[in-house]
Design a binder for this molecule. Structure first.
Ligand SMILES: [Zn+2]
Length: 357
């Protein structure tokens, strides 16, 4: 299989093209992120500390690599009084929970983990996967419950505890959505509103999304408002750490492993995105549609920014592909709650002419 000579994106990716040196269009379009700088960050931090609140900041904590590092920086480097807020999306694994607790204990940070009493996230995941099947697509777009739950609960906790700052750990290396959005559009043109409404799985998904909003209402928002959570509090500021300081993969990894006893969940090839047990399902879908895992999109950033060697990325990608269906049946039939027949149908997905037509 032909792959980009700089990153490892394969020729099977929708919309890919190679130049005469074999470099793909994603690499050619890649731009080095412009950082706001450490001084700007320090100015924000010192103004926050002057307020002398019970908590200086909220660190949204998934237990994954980057958010754990943000917690470390907030405590060790800036000595901020931190409340770590975790949204338990019902699919976190044991090791991740252990990682969170250990890090918070070692760093002397308070931790609060919030989970739906009605297991609404699991139900939304099941509805969204059924929707994908109806569209003749492998499972996708099932992260909605977690996106809403995480963001809303972080905002709610910041408001409740009067924390003036939210320090997010998302990094540009994880911003891969724009690369696949177009590809999904090509695969399946959007349905009309009426068609969507006639779809039972969709009704069920909207019902469960409403239940989620009732359980975790977004401050200052109507319950029927389906939009993305937005921070409306004037006294709370939210920033992304890696908009200010470089995202240094090796440094992050070494710090959390050596200083915080962080371990990647068993069976994971990479330290990236191990915090959710649904992630292998995303990789499965991407592989079925594009011939590569979702990690592959992240590697574009990591390789071009000098954070990763091409060989290491290729090694990880191949290891993941070799195990692409590992544990998926247990996940689908167990936690998500599909019947054996449904799980078989989902796992036997084959991309065909209809899907791409
Ligand atoms: Zn490339």
């Amino acid at each position: 299989m032909k792959r980009c000579s700089r990153c490892i994106m394969p020729e099977t990716m929708i919309g890919i093209s190679f130049d005469k040196d074999g470099v793909c269009n994603f690499c050619r379009d890649w731009q080095k992120p412009q950082l706001l700088g450490e001084q700007a960050l320090e100015e924000i931090i010192s103004s926050i500390k002057k307020k002398n609140n019970k908590y200086d900041c909220i660190v949204p904590l998934s237990g994954g690599r980057d958010s754990t590092f943000v917690l470390y920086i907030a405590r060790k480097k800036f000595d901020l009084k931190v409340l770590a807020v975790n949204y338990d999306n019902e699919f976190s694994n044991e090791q991740t929970v252990k990682n969170m607790k250990t890090a918070c204990e070692l760093l002397n940070a308070d931790l609060i983990s919030i989970r739906s009493k009605r297991n609404v996230a699991s139900k939304m995941v099941r509805d969204a996967i059924r929707m994908s099947a109806l569209k003749s697509l492998p499972p996708n777009s099932f992260c909605r419950a977690c996106s809403y739950g995480f963001q809303t609960n972080v905002y709610r906790m910041a408001k409740q505890h009067k924390a003036p700052l939210i320090l997010w750990g998302s990094s540009s290396a994880e911003k891969t959505l724009h690369l696949t959005k177009e590809a999904f559009k090509i695969l399946r043109p959007p349905k009309t509103r009426l068609q969507k409404l006639c779809n039972l799985a969709n009704l069920s998904l909207e019902y469960h999304a409403l239940l989620q909003r009732l359980e975790f209402p977004m401050p200052g928002r109507a319950i029927l408002d389906r939009g993305k959570p937005v921070l409306k509090e004037k006294d709370i500021r939210e920033i992304k750490l890696f908009d200010y300081i470089p995202w240094d993969r090796r440094k992050i990894k070494d710090t959390i492993i050596n200083e915080l006893g962080w371990r990647k969940p068993q069976g994971n090839v990479s330290t990236w995105r191990g915090d959710c047990s649904l992630y292998p399902l995303i990789s499965f879908s991407y592989f079925k549609l594009f011939g590569c895992t979702k990690h592959c999109f992240g590697y574009i950033n990591m390789i071009n920014s000098g954070n990763m060697e091409r060989e290491e990325a290729l090694y990880q990608e191949k290891a993941m592909i070799a195990n692409i269906t590992h544990g998926l049946r247990e996940l689908l039939e167990g936690k998500i709650g599909f019947s054996k027949k449904e799980a078989t149908r989902i796992l036997s997905f084959q991309k065909n002419e209809q899907t791409t037509g």
